[in-house]
Write a protein that binds this ligand. Structure first.
Ligand SMILES: O=CC(=O)O
Length: 323
């Protein structure tokens, strides 16, 4: 445990052992940080029942589920903070039910994630990573051996999820002369782009799909074989949201059989595991869930997490509330 001062408000970590680095040292001094380190949360709590009975806040991390079970283990818990925009690892309805507040990353990563989405789309359509691999294998002057790339200018791009990230992607792609349309839970009155009420229709009418929506029971596996076939043989899928939005085995099959043109993926269905069949495909560009790991944003999130904890323990409004 990093801090033995039992008079400070207790914050329990639920994530990778290095999760405490998501809090600036200046903030850490204000809290009694409890870090189970390599122990699973439930095991740590069952051997430290007394200590954990007065934990009011949890700092969690995507990939480490905060289910009704974990929440029940901490009877005094009143706040969950995640250093992420996505909250699919947290049982929000149980939090609501128990009156537990939740704070996230707000808009902090939107620009970085949108930049990465556009970078992946450019890379897949212009075959930059594939060309780089080709030259480095010392293939004699690559361009004559190399399959033709595609223009991005003038392409029709459908965005799934027109939230903070989706809108940033749309603005960037407009500068490339792309024609934007979108799908989301509901048509957004303030969004000027054409709306399609299903992802299949969006795919039918576009050359590329960029996935920017939240993962939930309605959106899980929203990109299935029907969507991929509707997108077509030159279609490209970019995913910077959550891996389980796509039926990954179908994606692999469609990529291998040439049913779609390519994919740019920052997220995977079984993270941190990445299906190795992707490594064999030249029409795929991969990134290790890095949309939110710029140095600037890392510094920003370490401050934001601390500010949310401070606000909560001083009875002030959360800075970036989810609920
Ligand atoms: O995946 C990253 C995030 O949800 O912020």
């Amino acid at each position: 445990m990093a801090d033995q001062n039992l008079n400070l408000p207790k914050v329990i970590m639920h994530g990778p052992p290095a999760l405490s680095s998501v809090l600036q040292p200046s903030y850490s001094q204000n809290f009694h940080i409890i870090n189970p380190s390599f122990l699973p949360l439930h095991q740590f709590i069952s051997t430290h029942t007394h200590l954990c009975s007065t934990v009011y806040a949890m700092l969690c991390y995507p990939g480490y589920p905060v289910t009704a079970h974990e929440l029940r283990l901490l009877p005094s818990l009143r706040l969950v903070v995640t250093p992420s925009a996505g909250t699919d690892h947290i049982d929000l309805s149980e939090c609501r039910h128990r009156g537990i507040r939740v704070a996230g990353a707000g808009n902090l990563f939107s620009a970085d994630v949108a930049d990465l989405a556009v970078a992946l789309l450019i890379d897949v359509t212009m075959r930059i990573s594939a060309a780089d691999r080709c030259l480095k294998r010392r293939t004699p002057f690559a361009s004559s051996h190399f399959p033709r790339s595609f223009k991005l200018t003038g392409k029709k791009v459908g965005i799934v999820g027109m939230g903070k990230i989706g809108i940033e992607v749309a603005h960037r792609l407009e500068a490339f002369g792309c024609i934007i349309s979108y799908n989301s839970r509901n048509k957004k009155p303030l969004v000027k782009y054409p709306f399609y009420s299903t992802v299949v229709e969006l795919a039918t009418n576009n050359n590329a799909l960029v996935l920017c929506c939240a993962l939930n029971d309605q959106t899980r596996h929203t990109v299935n074989r029907e969507v991929m076939l509707a997108l077509g043989k030159e279609g490209v899928i970019v995913n910077v949201a959550r891996g389980a939005l796509i039926e990954e085995n179908e994606l692999l099959r469609c990529l291998m059989e040439g049913e779609i043109g390519g994919a740019g993926l920052d997220v995977f269905e079984n993270e941190p595991h990445v299906n190795q069949r992707f490594f064999l495909l030249d029409n795929v560009v991969l990134s290790p869930h890095a949309g939110f790991s710029t140095s600037e944003s890392f510094t920003g999130i370490a401050q934001l997490v601390g500010r949310n904890l401070e606000a909560f323990f001083s009875n002030k409004p959360l800075i970036t509330p989810v609920i």
